[in-house]
Design a protein around this ligand. Structure first.
Ligand SMILES: C[S@@+](CC[C@H](N)C(=O)[O-])C[C@H]1O[C@@H](n2cnc3c(N)ncnc32)[C@H](O)[C@@H]1O
Length: 244
């Protein structure tokens, strides 16, 4: 099996386990306390079923990075069990639309179930890879993502796809794990830790260069979060715009 196929299989195995066992300890923060620590609003916490929040593996809060206007179309890359999909659906309202994409079939099923349980009818969840999005050019207004891009085999392809599907003036708001620049590479990890959001992380400057390289303007790191997946990684939030 190639390294890429092997990493994808590790990801599907790990996140299927999470889909089936939300209370299991995987070694990283999740659940409603994690949502509160990341600044998710109490009004969202109250509006969604408690079971949805059990799955919140957010490494940061993409909703802190800019407005999500009513009526907009939002795409969540690596939506997992659909926590951010459901929050975005509350924000865009019935005149808007939210699409979640995930590689793990059991996560897609779980996200669909959560949207139905939350009575959100403006949600679509699709099984696909972030490196090859099954959507038309210039078809979404805002892309969000949380803890998923570091897991992908080619971040360049992911940002190129994000740029392609965004409309002019579209926004990219995401949180992700990055590699700490003050830790030696040798202190980092093997391919075995890819699915745990360690081995696939890049340093901030490298990630920003890849975002800009895909065509985005004003790529910025907005700060670090409390989240860690190893001694060599830290959560961070990013935003960029596709200039019109
Ligand atoms: C750490 S979880 C985060 C889930 C969710 N965003 C959250 O905040 O709770 C990462 C998710 O990304 C998905 N994923 C990883 N690599 C992917 C890829 N190449 N294409 C699509 N989804 C991917 C995994 O299946 C998993 O559900």
């Amino acid at each position: 099996m190639s390294t890429t196929a092997c990493a994808a299989q590790q990801i599907i195995t790990l996140y299927s386990d999470l889909a089936l066992n939300p209370h299991k300890d995987f070694g990283w923060d999740k659940g409603i306390e994690n949502a509160r620590n990341q600044g998710y609003k109490e009004e969202w916490i109250k509006q969604l079923p408690a079971g949805v929040w059990d799955y919140c593996a957010a490494v940061g809060n993409p909703f802190s990075l800019g407005e999500i206007p009513t009526g907009s179309t939002v795409l969540d890359l690596g939506c997992g069990a659909g926590v951010d999909v459901c929050v975005a659906a509350l924000l865009v309202g019935e005149s808007g639309k939210v699409i979640g994409v995930d590689i793990t079939p059991l996560m897609v099923e779980t996200a669909k179930r959560h949207a139905a349980e939350a009575n959100l009818h403006n949600v679509q969840v699709v099984e696909a890879t972030l490196e090859s999005l099954p959507f038309e050019d210039e078809s979404v207004d805002i892309i969000i993502s949380n803890g998923a891009i570091n897991l992908t085999s080619s971040k360049e392809k992911v940002f190129a796809e994000a740029f392609r599907v965004l409309r002019p003036k579209g926004k990219l708001y995401f949180a992700d794990m990055i590699k700490r620049s003050d830790i030696q590479a040798s202190a980092c990890c093997s391919q075995d830790s890819w699915a745990d959001c360690v081995a696939g992380t890049l340093e901030k400057a490298c990630l920003l260069a890849q975002i800009s390289g895909a065509g985005f303007s004003d790529a910025q790191c907005m700060g670090h979060t409390h989240y860690t997946t190893s001694a060599s990684t830290i959560g961070a939030t990013f935003r960029a715009v596709k200039k019109g």
